[in-house]
Ligand binder design. Structure first.
Ligand SMILES: [Zn+2]
Length: 316
C-alpha cells in the first residue's frame, strides 16, 4: 500500500489524540502532511488533553504559510460526531468520558472543529489508498494499546446513529479464557489482541509471577526464537481471525486493513490471523486480503479529511 492522497483542500490541520501521545499535522493542498508536532497525552483528564492539543494547533497555525480553514480530530472512544462529545470510552484515557472536545478546541483556536473516533477518522484516508480503493466493503482494524475498528463502504465510513458501527473491541472471542476487558466484562477482543493483552498473556504463560514483559520485549523474544513468545503471538492472531471471520461473511467484506503498533509483529501475527479468517468465513475457499497501510499518515490525513467534510457541509 502506498501514500493515501487526501482531498485537495488547502490549509487543514489533523489531530490524532492517542492514549500515550497527541500528534498534529498541517495538511497542505493535495493531502500532504507538511509539518507535524507531537507531545505526551496528559493523564489528568479530558480538559488537559484538549488544552495540549490546542497548544499543538496554535503552534502549527503560527508556522502555517497559508490560512487554515478547519481542524479535524481523531480521538479514542465513541464520539457523538454531531456534538463532538465523548459519549463512551474505557479507562485507557483517564477522565475522557463526556469531554466536549469540539467546543473546547474550537473555543481555544477559533476555527471549526470536527471530531470522530480515531480509527473511523483514519479509515477515511485508508479507504483512499490505491491498494484499498477498489474494495467496496472494508473493515479497518487498529491494534495498539486498545483495539479499534471502522467499516467503510465505497470510501464512506459507516457510523450508525449511536456512533458504534465498526466498534469491534468488545466482540466476544470464541474461546473462553476469563480474560478481563477494560470495559469490565470478560473475553472481549481487546482483552486478547491489544498490545498489553498479548504482553499479559506472555507474562501469565511464563509463570512464576510473570516477567513484567511489555509488547516490545515479547516482540524481541519472538524474533530471537523464543517458542512461547511465538505461540502467544500466533494465538492472538488466530483468535483475531476467528472472531472477525463472522463479520467477513455477515457483511460480505472485500478486505481487512490492519494498522497500529501491534501489527509490527508482522507475519507471526498476521499469517495465523489470515489462516483463521479464511478457514472460518463462508463460503469455503473464500480468501480475504489482509492489507497493511504503506504509510503512517492516515491518523493525521483522516481527521483533515473529516475537517474538509465539515467545511463542505456534510457534517453537523
Ligand atoms: Zn470489553
Amino acid at each position: 500500500m502506498t501514500a493515501s492522497p487526501a482531498a485537495g483542500h488547502a490549509g487543514l490541520i489533523g489531530v490524532d489524540i492517542g492514549g500515550t501521545k497527541i500528534a498534529a499535522g498541517l495538511v497542505a493542498d493535495g493531502g500532504r502532511v507538511s509539518a507535524r508536532l507531537s507531545c505526551p497525552t496528559p493523564r489528568t483528564g479530558g480538559r488537559a488533553i484538549v488544552a495540549r492539543a490546542a497548544d499543538l494547533v496554535d503552534q502549527l497555525l503560527r508556522e502555517a504559510p497559508d490560512p487554515v480553514a478547519a481542524v479535524g480530530v481523531g480521538a479514542p472512544g465513541v464520539i457523538d460526531a454531531a456534538t463532538g462529545v465523548v459519549s463512551s470510552c474505557t479507562d485507557i484515557v483517564p477522565g475522557w468520558l463526556g469531554t466536549p472536545v469540539a467546543d473546547l478546541l474550537s473555543g481555544r483556536v477559533g476555527l471549526p472543529v470536527a471530531v470522530d473516533n480515531d480509527v473511523r477518522a483514519a479509515a477515511l484516508a485508508q479507504a483512499r489508498d490505491p491498494a484499498v480503493h477498489g474494495c467496496r466493503r472494508v473493515l479497518h482494524v487498529s491494534l495498539g494499546t486498545g483495539v479499534g475498528g471502522a467499516l467503510t463502504c465505497a470510501g464512506s465510513v459507516l457510523r450508525g446513529d449511536g456512533g458504534t458501527a465498526g466498534e469491534i473491541a468488545h466482540l466476544l472471542v470464541p474461546e473462553p479464557g476469563d480474560l478481563p476487558c477494560g470495559c469490565g466484562r470478560l473475553d472481549h477482543l481487546e482483552a486478547v489482541a491489544a498490545g498489553p493483552a498479548i504482553a499479559a498473556a506472555y507474562d501469565t504463560r511464563a509463570g512464576a509471577g510473570g516477567t513484567g514483559a511489555d509488547l516490545v520485549t515479547v516482540a524481541a523474544r519472538m524474533r530471537a526464537g523464543d517458542p512461547l513468545a511465538r505461540e502467544v503471538v500466533a494465538r492472538a492472531g488466530t483468535l483475531l481471525g476467528r472472531t472477525l471471520s463472522g463479520l467477513v461473511t455477515a457483511l460480505d467484506l472485500d478486505a481487512l486493513v490492519v494498522a497500529g503498533g501491534v501489527t509490527e509483529l508482522g507475519a507471526p501475527l498476521l499469517d495465523p490471523l489470515t489462516r483463521a479468517l479464511d478457514a472460518e468465513s463462508r463460503p469455503p475457499g473464500r480468501a480475504t486480503p489482509v492489507l497493511r497501510p504503506g504509510t503512517g499518515d492516515a491518523p493525521i490525513l483522516g481527521p483533515a479529511l473529516l475537517a474538509a467534510r465539515r467545511l463542505a457541509g456534510e457534517l453537523r
